[in-house]
Design a protein around this ligand. Structure first.
Ligand code: SF4
Ligand code: WCC
Ligand code: FE2
Length: 627
């Protein structure tokens, strides 16, 4: 068994791992050990289960023996790997985009008067976005504009369009390239469904052709499904603005009722937070001897509420099990995605109520509340009451809160960034031209128990800011960067001299928190704005992306749309594609010639920083800037 020090860089994680071991609670790390070694065929991506003539597998030694080179139908390793990877990307795109669609449904419920729990909080943004999508938004009643926006967004999911609405945000050159390559996303659901079709036996049996569609599918996510999720969330819950909060397990309080919100969508968690702030529920908590109610965030639901409401972050992906191990959590309220099924068992080891809220994400053994726009607040109150009541069952002898919370700054939407810059990108671009900011790297994504938790997320961020490269963080990298002290203005002292000067002048951190995983669409939008301002393509910009500790299908979709948009993208570990030379070559090299960017795989964060730095250097030189 590996020591807890090897598993995570954090004291809060290590303490809770020790406690879990002492109390006999199984975690993801234990199960990884049981699953190791993994199946080599699956690791290489050369298993196929797409029909019942199989399942089939292609031996990595196939070329030597001459046997097992093709599945029963005749598919070779290239075809099988491309098909599997295509479906992987489609799965990720579906997750983000279905989340986006849920926001359309909430806006629709507002427009139709089916809910009073939700409202249009940012009318100006609604009109601005509607106008951007070609809706007459100026003089008409708000609800009429909103109704048209709902229709417009739904249409992006269908199959009657030539291209999705927000694609106009991408530079013209890029759109022309997509058109030429057959990568223009026509509709979110269409591209996902077409990927399922193409990968049925006997359809797309040309690996590069399958990968081009994988890119189209991912672009539908990044430039439509996710983008709709972000923009509508801002309209309904408010555009994030900079504010301060805190992070790590120390945000759980010994004397409060602690509720953690986990998953991705702000729709339910915003209601939980609103309920937890109501005087009668706070009074109920006090009646049980608590001093109040703490709502803390996990993963992206946490990010959504951190960005807009400033709630504290308990942790990222690999902290979700460990948060319950504190023994100080009354309820974990989840929506969907990245919620380990093991949380049901771990909650069962304590007094913690594990509560699901989405019909499409139910967990056997969980307490379920079926939440819809029309009943959200009413149900949220019941959930908070349930957490309050659970406080009486907390066993103080089993409570251990290992650390003090760390301060973080959040709320850097594109609107907030532009605002901080006085309304125009010019000062930022001037800093880039002068070389005080040499470039930008978005560090995004998850934790993976195969990698010491947050060692690569934090290691890469530190190495980049030292080189005057500004870092943009989303998803589970947020809490990693926050715990490392990188999300406060004082972190400028850890940056290189140029970046330090810019951050100090603006009072911002060198690592900017831009939101949840769907909010990577903010970063794509920003790339589009910068490229248009400079009159170049996104692939000409001194930018990069990285997911050092990724695990999920969604992270692969994000990586794929970043690359297809022209952003060089580093991954800390490879997807399961190495069984195909063709697919691997295309991902690591060939895509560069097609879309002007490719993937790089490098487990060592310092070497990854070198790769991203070299890329930024080359792009700066090509733009005639000093490297
Ligand atoms: Fe085997 Fe081909 Fe069926 Fe896949 S589609 S399981 S490779 S026969
Ligand atoms: Ni996004 Fe990765 Fe976290 Fe889940 S919440 S674990 S996809 S980064
Ligand atoms: Fe996420």
């Amino acid at each position: 068994q590996r020591s807890v020090e090897e598993l995570s860089i954090w004291e809060d994680a290590r303490s809770m791992l020790r406690k879990a071991r002492a109390e006999g609670v199984e975690t993801a790390w234990d199960r990884l050990e049981q699953q190791t070694p993994h199946c080599t065929f699956c690791e290489l991506g050369t298993t196929c289960r797409n029909c019942v003539m199989g399942p089939c597998r292609i031996s990595p030694k196939a070329t030597k023996s001459g046997k097992l080179q093709r599945g029963v139908c005749g598919a070779d390793a290239d075809v099988i790997v491309a098909r599997n990877f295509g479906r992987f990307i489609a799965g990720g795109s579906a997750g983000h985009s279905d989340h986006g669609r849920d926001l359309i449904e909430v806006l629709e419920a507002i427009v139709e008067g089916e809910t009073t729990d939700y409202a249009i909080r940012d009318e100006a943004k609604l009109r601005r976005i509607a106008a951007e999508l070609g809706i007459d938004a100026a003089e008409r009643p708000l609800m009429d504009v909103a109704r048209d926006l709902v229709d417009e967004c739904y249409s992006d999911f269908g199959s009657r369009r030539k291209s999705v609405g927000f694609l106009a945000r991408a530079p013209e050159k890029r759109r022309a390239l997509w058109e030429k390559l057959g990568m223009t996303p026509r509709g979110v659901d269409r591209e996902i469904a077409e990927m399922m079709h193409r990968t049925h036996m006997g359809c797309d049996n040309d690996a590069p052709n399958t990968l081009i569609h994988a890119a189209r599918c991912a672009l539908a996510d990044g430039w439509s499904g996710s983008m709709i999720g972000t923009e509508l969330s801002d309209i309904i819950f408010g555009v994030p603005t900079p504010s301060m909060s805190t992070a790590n397990l120390g945000i759980l309080k010994k004397d409060t009722v602690n509720i953690l919100v986990h998953g991705h969508n702000p729709v339910v968690s915003e209601m939980i937070l609103a309920a937890a702030r109501e005087p009668q529920l706070i009074a109920a908590a006090k009646a049980h001897g608590a001093s109040g109610i703490t709502v803390g965030g996990l993963c992206c639901t946490g990010n959504e509420l951190l960005m807009r409401q400033g709630i504290p972050m308990a942790g990222n992906h690999l902290m979700t099990e460990l948060a319950i191990v504190t023994g100080a959590v009354e309820a974990v309220v989840v929506d969907y995605q990245c919620i380990m099924p093991s949380l049901v068992q771990i909650a069962g080891c304590y007094h913690t109520r594990f509560i699901t809220t989405a019909g499409k994400a139910r967990f056997t053994g969980a307490i379920h509340f079926d939440i819809h726009p029309h009943n959200a607040m009413e149900e949220a109150r019941k959930i908070v009451q349930m957490a309050v009541d659970a406080f009486a069952e907390r066993d103080p002898k089993r409570v251990e809160i290992p650390v003090e919370p760390v301060r973080i700054m959040t709320g850097f939407s594109n609107e907030a960034i532009l605002n901080a810059l006085g309304g125009s990108l010019t000062p930022l671009l001037d800093a880039v031209k002068a070389g005080s900011i040499r470039g930008f790297v978005a560090i995004v994504g998850c934790n993976n128990p195969k990698i010491q938790q947050d060692s690569a997320n934090v290691g890469l961020a530190k190495a980049l800011i030292e080189r005057d490269i500004m870092v943009l963080a989303t998803g589970c990298v947020t809490t990693a960067a926050g715990k490392a002290g990188l999300l406060v203005p004082e972190a400028a002292s850890m940056a290189g001299p140029g970046l330090k000067a810019v951050c100090t002048a603006l009072g911002i951190p060198p690592v900017l928190h831009m939101g949840s995983c769907v909010d990577n669409s903010r970063i794509m939008h920003l790339c589009g704005l910068i490229a248009n301002e400079l009159g170049v393509d996104i692939s000409d910009l001194p930018v990069g992306a990285s997911s050092p500790e990724w695990y999920s299908e969604k992270a692969a979709a994000i990586g794929m749309y970043a690359v297809a948009s022209g952003v060089y993208t580093h991954l800390g570990l490879p997807p399961n594609i190495l069984g195909s030379q063709t697919v691997t070559d295309l991902a690591l090299n060939g895509l560069e010639g097609l879309v002007g960017a490719s993937f790089a795989v490098e487990p060592d964060p310092l070497k990854a920083a070198d790769l991203l730095d070299a890329r930024i250097r080359a792009k700066r030189e090509a733009l005639g800037l000093k490297p």
